[in-house]
Design a protein around this ligand. Structure first.
Ligand SMILES: [Zn+2]
Length: 151
C-alpha cells in the first residue's frame, strides 16, 4: 500500500473511480516494479503514466496536476488499482476499519461526557452554564435568554 499511502485522499478516491470506470487504456510492465501506461483523462485527453511501485515517488504523469511535480495523481492511482485489483479491497477494508475506530472513539467520548456531566454538583453545573453562556455568539445567548428566561 506504499503508493496509496502517500497519495492524497482525493487522488485515491478519484483514482478508484477512474479504475471502476476502466479509464486505464493500456499498460505494460517494464521492470520488476515499473509500469508504463496510457490513462484517459476527464476531457478525453490521454495521459502518459509511469509508475514505480518500489519507489512510488519516482512515479510520473503528464497531466496538468502532476506534471513536473512529485504528486501521486488520480491517473497513477487508477493504474495502481488496475495492475493490483486486490489492493482495492485492502484499501476499502482499511477505510472501513478506520471508520469503525472513529465511531468507537466518538461513542466513548460521548459516554465520558455524560458521566462527567452527571457527576457534577449543582454549583459546578451553574458555574459551567455561566461560562458557556459567556462563550456563546450573541444570537445564541439571546436565544437562550428568550427561550429559557422568557425575555
Ligand atoms: Zn495524472
Amino acid at each position: 500500500m506504499g503508493l496509496i499511502n502517500i497519495a492524497s485522499g482525493s487522488s485515491v478516491w478519484r483514482g478508484l473511480d477512474y479504475y471502476n470506470h476502466q479509464r486505464v487504456i493500456s499498460y505494460k510492465q517494464v521492470s520488476d516494479s515499473e509500469y508504463e501506461s496510457i490513462v484517459l483523462g476527464s476531457n478525453h485527453e490521454k495521459y502518459h503514466v509511469f509508475m514505480d511501485v518500489s519507489h512510488p515517488r519516482k512515479s510520473t504523469c503528464d497531466c496538468p496536476h502532476a506534471n513536473g511535480k512529485r504528486i501521486i495523481c488520480k491517473h497513477i492511482v487508477a493504474l495502481y488499482f488496475t495492475v493490483f485489483p486486490s489492493e482495492v479491497d485492502s484499501f476499502l477494508k482499511e477505510v472501513e476499519e478506520a471508520e469503525r475506530e472513529y465511531e468507537a472513539y466518538e461513542k466513548e467520548r460521548v459516554n465520558k461526557l455524560h458521566s462527567y456531566i452527571y457527576g457534577m454538583s449543582k454549583q459546578e453545573l451553574q458555574e459551567t452554564v455561566f461560562e458557556l453562556l459567556d462563550d456563546l455568539p450573541e444570537w445564541a445567548y439571546d436565544r437562550f435568554i428568550r427561550d429559557k428566561v422568557g425575555m
